[in-house]
Unconditional design. Structure first.
Lengths: 334, 476
C-alpha cells in the first residue's frame, strides 16, 4: 500500500483529504474511483442491455422503447410544460383584452375574471404526488407513533392490538380503495369543498397502508427501552407526560425513525397505485392515462414516469436517512 | 290663404309627426323584442350571468369527446365566461359516480347513462341531458381468428374484397362453430346502458343470435341468460388489449379503438353502427338534476359553448376535422396517434388492413340536428332496456314518454340556441324550428333488420322483434 505524504499533494487534493473521511493510507483518487466506478459501470451495463433487449421485444405498439426514446420523451414532457406556460401567457393576454372591452362597454361594472385552467403538466403532477404522499404519511405517523408508544409501554394493549395489526398490515391498497371511496363520498359532503375527494381518497389509502411499519417499530423501540431508565422514572415519580417526553421518545427515536423510513417507502409505492384508481392528478394518473392513450409514444412516456417515480422515491429515502442520522446521535445506520 | 295653407301644412305635419312617432316607437319595440326575446334591452342579460364559473368536466378517451376539447381550445367556454378543466376518467362507472357526488360538474356520457341512472339500472341518480354530443361513431370488431373463419363465408365483390355492410347472419355460422367445439363466444362492450351494448345486441339478434337477458329482479345483472354470445363490460381503451389477450373474441366500441385494432394488427372491424342504425344517438353531455337546478344559467352557458363547438366540427362539410384530429391527439385528450384518429374523423373507415371504405357520416357532430336531444332517442333506449330485461316488467307507453321527458331536456337546448341566434353567433336555420318541434322524430327507418321505429308507440315496437322480451315476458 502506498504511503502518500500529505505535503506532496497539490492544494486542492489537500482540501479533499480534509473533507473526505480518513482513507487509511490510500490515495484519494483511488477511493473516489472505487466509490463511483462500480455504480457507473452498473448503470452503463444496464443501459446497454436495455437498448439491445428492447429492440427485440415486439409489442402491438411497436418495439419496447430503449433509453434514447425514453430520453426523447422526457424532453417532450419538459417541452409540454413550456408550451403550457406559453398558453397561460396567451390566455392572460386575451383576458386583459376582454376586460378592456367589457369595461369600455359597461363602464362602472365589475368584470368577473376567469382563471386559466390548463391540463396539469408533468411537473404539476410530480408536485401533486409529493404533496399527497406527504399528507398521507404525516397522517399515518400522527396515528402510528402515539399508538406505538402506548403499545410499547403496556403489554396488555399490545396483546390486544396485535392480531388487528397483523391482519390489516398485509392488505393491498387496491383492496382499501373502494371502501375508502365510499366512506369519503358519504362523509365528506360540502357545497364548497376545500380538498378534492380524489386527493382525500388517495391520502387516506396511503395512510391505511403505510402506517404499519411505523406502528410496529415504535412499539418495538418503546418495549426495548433499558429497564433501568424506566426504574429511574418510577423512583423520581415522574408524570407520564414527562416520562414519555424525556425518557421514552429519546430512547426509542432510532427505531421510530427506522419505522418512518420504511413507512415512507411503502407510502410512495402505494400512492402511485391509489392515484391510478382514485384519479388524483399525480404521477399515478399520468401512467394510467398514458396506458389508456395507446399511442406509439405511450410506452416511452410510461418509462419516463417509472424512472421519475424511482428517482423521487430514492430522494425521499435519502431525506429520511439523513433525519434518521440526526436522530441517532451519531450512531451509524444504514 | 297662406295661413290656411300653413295651418293645413302644420296640421298635416303634426299628423305625420304623430304617425312617424308611433311608427318609430313600434319599430323600436319590434327591433328590441327581436334582439332580446325576453323583452330586455341587453341580450346578454337575457340569460343572466353564470352562477358558477369554475367548472370541471369529465370525459372518456374517445374521439367523440371532441366537442368538449373544441369548446375549450377554441375559446368558446371563455366567451361564456367559464373557466373549465377537462379531466379524463378511468372508466364510465367512475365518471358517473363522480358526477353524482359532485366532484365533476358534468361529463361526456353515453346517451343511455342519464336514462339508466334515473330509472335505477346501476347507480341510481337523477341525471339530465340538454345536449347531444354526436351521432354514430362506433363499430364492431372481431379478432383475427374469428375474421379468418368469418371471411370464408362472406360474399365477395369482383376485386376480392368482402361486400359491406356485412350481414350479422354470417357471424352466426362462426358462433355455431364455437358452440360445436364447446367454446363460449365472448364479446365486449363498454357499459350495461351504453349504445354499444344495445347496438351489439341489436345486430346479433338481427342475425339470429341471442345476446342474453338480464334478470335484475332475481339479482342477475350479467345479461347472459340464454345467451348464444356472452357480453361483458370492458373500458374502451382496454378493449384492444383484452381482445389481444384472448379474453374476448370481439367488441363493440367507439373510435379510435376499432382503427387501433387494425393499426396494431390484432383484429378486423366488421360493421359500423351507421349500418346498424342510421344516425343513432351516441353520446350526450350529462349533468345531475341537482346541479342543473342549482346552476341553471351556468348550464345554458355551457350548452351554448358546446353548440358552437359542434357547429365548428361539422362546418362547411367537415373542413375543420383535421384540425380537430390534431387537437384531440394531445395526450391530455384522446392521446392516440393522429393517423389512427384521422380515418374516422375525416370520413373513411379501414376494415381489413388496406381496405379503406368511405364513411362520410361516421362521426356526425351537428348535421341532421345531431345536437338536439330528441325524446324519441330516449324512448328507443328504454325500449331496448325492456327488450333485454334491464327493465324487469312491462310498462305502459305513457311511462316511457314520461321518463324521456324527465331526462332529455330540449327545452334547455332551445333557450341556449335562441340566445346564440340573438347574439348573432348562429342562424335560426342551423336549428330545428323550435315553434313546431315536438321532440319526436316520427317514424324512423334505417335499421339493419328493416324494422321501423315510432317513438310514440314503444310497446308496439318492442313486440315487433323476433328475439327479445315482449309484453309481460320474463327472462326465464
Amino acid at each position: 500500500m502506498n504511503m502518500t505524504t500529505q505535503t506532496a499533494l497539490p492544494g486542492w487534493q489537500r482540501l479533499m483529504t480534509l473533507v473526505l473521511p480518513r482513507t487509511g493510507g490510500e490515495s484519494v483518487f483511488r477511493m473516489l474511483f472505487r466509490g463511483i466506478a462500480p455504480p457507473l459501470l452498473g448503470i452503463m451495463v444496464f443501459l446497454g442491455l436495455w437498448q439491445i433487449g428492447a429492440s427485440h421485444v415486439h409489442t402491438s405498439l411497436g418495439t419496447l422503447p430503449g433509453p434514447a426514446a425514453v430520453l426523447k420523451q422526457a424532453g417532450n414532457l419538459y417541452q409540454e410544460y413550456r408550451d403550457d406556460k406559453a398558453r397561460e401567457a396567451a390566455f392572460k393576454a386575451r383576458q386583459k383584452l376582454r376586460k378592456a372591452d367589457f369595461l369600455a362597454q359597461h363602464p362602472g361594472q365589475e368584470y368577473d375574471a376567469i382563471r386559466y385552467t390548463g391540463q396539469p403538466t408533468y411537473l404539476d403532477q410530480i408536485f401533486t404526488s409529493l404533496y399527497t404522499v406527504f399528507v398521507g404519511f404525516m397522517l399515518g405517523t400522527i396515528i402510528a407513533v402515539p399508538l406505538g408508544i402506548v403499545c410499547g409501554l403496556n403489554k396488555t394493549i399490545q396483546a390486544a392490538l396485535n392480531p388487528l395489526i397483523q391482519i390489516f398490515k398485509p392488505v393491498s391498497p387496491l383492496a382499501w380503495l373502494p371502501i375508502v371511496t365510499l366512506v369519503v363520498s358519504a362523509l365528506y359532503v360540502s357545497p364548497d369543498p376545500m380538498f378534492a375527494k380524489s386527493f382525500l381518497i388517495s391520502a387516506l389509502t396511503v395512510t391505511l397502508c403505510s402506517m404499519w411499519p411505523t406502528l410496529v417499530n415504535t412499539a418495538l423501540g418503546v418495549a426495548s427501552i433499558d429497564k433501568d431508565l424506566l426504574n429511574v422514572a418510577k423512583v423520581l415519580r415522574l408524570s407520564t407526560r414527562t416520562k414519555i417526553m424525556k425518557i421514552v421518545i429519546p430512547s426509542s427515536l432510532k427505531l421510530i425513525f427506522t419505522g418512518m423510513r420504511l413507512s415512507l417507502g411503502v407510502a410512495w409505492m402505494v400512492l402511485i397505485a391509489a392515484e391510478m384508481l382514485a384519479q388524483n392528478p399525480g404521477l399515478g394518473k399520468f401512467v394510467w392515462d398514458e396506458f389508456q392513450n395507446g399511442s406509439s409514444q405511450s410506452l416511452s412516456r410510461i418509462m419516463v414516469a417509472v424512472f421519475t417515480i424511482g428517482f423521487v422515491g430514492f430522494l425521499l429515502d435519502r431525506i429520511m436517512h439523513t433525519l434518521q442520522q440526526m436522530a441517532s446521535f451519531g450512531q451509524r445506520t444504514e | 290663404m297662406k295661413r290656411a295653407n300653413i295651418k293645413a301644412l302644420v296640421g298635416f305635419n303634426t299628423a305625420r309627426r304623430r304617425i312617424f312617432k308611433v311608427t318609430a316607437i313600434a319599430a323600436c319595440i319590434l327591433a328590441l323584442s327581436g334582439a332580446a326575446p325576453f323583452g330586455m334591452l341587453d341580450a346578454q342579460a337575457a340569460v343572466g350571468k353564470a352562477e358558477k364559473t369554475s367548472l370541471k368536466f369529465g370525459f372518456i378517451k374517445l374521439t367523440d369527446m371532441a366537442p368538449l376539447a373544441v369548446a375549450y381550445e377554441k375559446g368558446y367556454f371563455e366567451d361564456e365566461g367559464l373557466s373549465v378543466t377537462l379531466e379524463a376518467q378511468a372508466n364510465w362507472k367512475v365518471l358517473l359516480d363522480r358526477v353524482v357526488d359532485g366532484e365533476l360538474d358534468g361529463a361526456h356520457m353515453l346517451a343511455g347513462q342519464p336514462i339508466g341512472a334515473t330509472i335505477g339500472i346501476g347507480t341510481k341518480a337523477d341525471i339530465i341531458t340538454p345536449f347531444s354530443m354526436d351521432l354514430n361513431g362506433n363499430a364492431i370488431t372481431v379478432s383475427n381468428a374469428v375474421w379468418a373463419d368469418l371471411k370464408k363465408r362472406l360474399p365477395m365483390m369482383k376485386d376480392g374484397r368482402p361486400v359491406h355492410p356485412i350481414e350479422p347472419k354470417y357471424l352466426k355460422y362462426v358462433v355455431d362453430d364455437y358452440k360445436k367445439q364447446g367454446r363460449a363466444f365472448k364479446m365486449g362492450m363498454v357499459f350495461p346502458v351504453s349504445n354499444h351494448n344495445y347496438e351489439l345486441r341489436y345486430w346479433l339478434a338481427a342475425g339470429g343470435m341471442n345476446p342474453g337477458y338480464y334478470d335484475p329482479a332475481n339479482g342477475d345483472t350479467s345479461g347472459t341468460i340464454k345467451a348464444d354470445v356472452q357480453l361483458s363490460v370492458t373500458p374502451p381503451p382496454q378493449m384492444p388489449s383484452t381482445m389481444e389477450a384472448g379474453t374476448i373474441d370481439g367488441y363493440c366500441v367507439g373510435e379510435p379503438w376499432n382503427q387501433q385494432a387494425v393499426f396494431m394488427g390484432i383484429g378486423v372491424p366488421v360493421t359500423t353502427d351507421y349500418d346498424i342504425q342510421k344516425n343513432n344517438p351516441e353520446k350526450v353531455f350529462g349533468v345531475s338534476k341537482k346541479w342543473a337546478d342549482k346552476y341553471p344559467n351556468t348550464l345554458i352557458h355551457v350548452v351554448k359553448a358546446l353548440i358552437r363547438a359542434g357547429y365548428w366540427l361539422d362546418e362547411q362539410n367537415n373542413k375543420n376535422r383535421l384540425a380537430a384530429v390534431k387537437m384531440i391527439s394531445s395526450p391530455d385528450y384522446v392521446g392516440a396517434d393522429e393517423k389512427v384518429l384521422a380515418n374516422s374523423m375525416t370520413g373513411t373507415f379501414e376494415y381489413e388492413k388496406g381496405d379503406k371504405r368511405p364513411a362520410p357520416d361516421y362521426n356526425v357532430f351537428f348535421r341532421y340536428n345531431a345536437t338536439y336531444p330528441y325524446y324519441s332517442d330516449a324512448v328507443w333506449f328504454l325500449t331496448q332496456m325492456r327488450r333485454w330485461g334491464q327493465i324487469p316488467v312491462a310498462k305502459p307507453d305513457s311511462w316511457y314518454i314520461k321518463i324521456a321527458k324527465e331526462v332529455y331536456r330540449p327545452d334547455i337546448y332551445a333557450i341556449a340556441a335562441k340566445e346564440l341566434i340573438a347574439e348573432g353567433k348562429m342562424k335560426a336555420s342551423d336549428f330545428p324550428d323550435f315553434a313546431t318541434e315536438t321532440g319526436f322524430k316520427g317514424r324512423q327507418g334505417g335499421f339493419v333488420d328493416g324494422i321501423v321505429f315510432d317513438g310514440r308507440k314503444p310497446n308496439a315496437y318492442i313486440d315487433k322483434f323476433k328475439i327479445g322480451l315482449k309484453g309481460n315476458e320474463k327472462p326465464r
